[in-house]
Design a binder for this molecule. Structure first.
Ligand SMILES: [Zn+2]
Ligand SMILES: [Zn+2]
Length: 115
């Protein structure tokens, strides 16, 4: 979510679905039994992918992080900050950049100081 690293996590999801043979499903249809959420077998196989997907997607974290305190990426250069904790740039606030060019050298503005 923050640093674009691949994340791997375990998800526990529970679901319950009813699967029946196609003949049974048709018979139930004809007899007017309104069985909702009944899935047909495909031959002797059950395709649980749709049910699995529905169950797992809702269990997935909304904002997956590679680690709970992922610092994300550097807004200046895009470096992954978790790989480089001391990472920083000596960058003047862009709102002050015009002022800096007037003053010339490496003047770092200090808003707390009264001039
Ligand atoms: Zn991360
Ligand atoms: Zn950077």
């Amino acid at each position: 979510m923050r640093c674009l690293e691949e994340t791997v996590d375990d998800v526990d999801a529970t679901f319950q679905e009813l699967y029946v043979y196609p003949e049974r499903a048709r018979a139930a249809e004809e007899s007017g039994d309104d069985e909702e959420d009944v899935h047909e077998l495909e031959g002797d196989l059950i395709d649980i992918e749709p049910a699995l997907r529905d169950a797992v997607v809702t269990a997935l974290p909304f904002q997956p992080l590679c680690q709970p305190d992922c610092p994300g990426l550097c807004s200046e250069c895009g470096a992954r900050l978790a790989d480089d904790p001391g990472h920083h740039h000596d960058v003047v606030d862009p709102r002050w950049s015009a002022l800096k060019s007037m003053l010339g050298t490496d003047v770092v503005p200090d808003e707390t100081k009264e001039s």
